[in-house]
Write a protein that binds this ligand. Structure first.
Ligand code: ADP
Ligand code: AMP
Length: 224
């Protein structure tokens, strides 16, 4: 898709399980922009047992947010890579007003603004069902659902043949805490991006392809 030559920074908003990662990956492929997922970066650090991974682990296991200073530094570092010069699809960041302000300042310094912040609206009951059945590829992080988006062969990634696993923080108790944290700390970003004129609300309680189509229309509208 041709989205003109100005950098396109998109922020995927929505509760845990709303479909941000699934849609961000598709957008990243269609738009040729990197997907920047703070959760994926933390999980990669966990796998590699880096100091950052060790620091983040306790927060992630409890379904809490990793402190802002650490998270902001980590994502700004990623956004400063040359592949993000034309923009990025951000998924899972920002999650607090402080993170949103830090991102805004970093972009303004390059004379760039967030172009679009789609909010995927999904009922709480639906997100609980989605997280309970979520499976992720250990190798390429592709996303599946045992009912809504199953792999061709159970437990095996269609794209790379990697093994699928269930995230530890998708256990019901942790999911409830993650939802609580979302409403308390992240939901205010909806008002923040509305006030900046870039919020687009999308009914995320529909099949993946229908949500995709609305997102692509929103990108097209934001790019003209
Ligand atoms: P998030 O990144 O917002 O936490 P994910 O993209 O990981 O959410 O999606 C959570 C789960 O829901 C995954 O198992 C995914 O396959 C599934 N899923 C995503 N979008 C939809 C949809 N529109 N309908 C049904 N299931 C979906
Ligand atoms: P996610 O993959 O987006 O569901 O994130 C998994 C976990 O990583 C979250 O529950 C947090 O513990 C941590 N995390 C991811 N992104 C952020 C963020 N922007 N700020 C703070 N913690 C985060």
């Amino acid at each position: 898709m041709d989205t003109s030559s100005k950098p396109l920074f998109m922020i995927m908003l929505g509760a845990p399980g709303a479909g941000k990662g699934t849609q961000a990956r598709m957008l990243s492929e269609v738009l040729g922009l990197p997907q920047v997922s703070s959760g994926d970066i933390f999980r990669e650090n966990l796998r590699n047992a880096t100091p950052l991974g060790r620091l983040a682990k306790g927060y992630m296991d409890r379904g809490e947010l990793v402190p802002d200073d650490v998270t902001i530094d980590m994502v700004m570092d990623r956004l400063s890579c040359p592949d993000c010069a034309g923009g990025a699809v951000l998924d899972g960041f920002p999650r607090t007003l402080a993170q949103a302000d830090a991102l805004r300042q970093a972009l303004v310094a390059q004379d760039v603004r967030v172009s679009l912040a789609p909010l995927l609206e999904v009922s709480d009951d639906a997100v609980i069902g989605r997280l309970a059945g979520r499976r992720v590829c250990r190798d390429c992080q592709a996303m599946y659902h045992v009912v809504f988006s199953p792999p061709k062969v159970e437990g095996v990634c269609d794209k790379c043949g990697g093994q699928l696993y269930r995230r530890a923080d998708d256990e019901p108790d942790t999911v409830r805490n993650r939802l609580f944290v979302y409403y308390k700390q992240t939901a205010p970003l909806v008002g923040y991006y509305f006030a900046h004129g870039v919020l687009v609300t999308i009914d995320g309680d529909r099949p993946i392809a229908a949500v995709q189509a609305d997102l692509l229309s929103a990108v097209q509208a934001a790019s003209v």
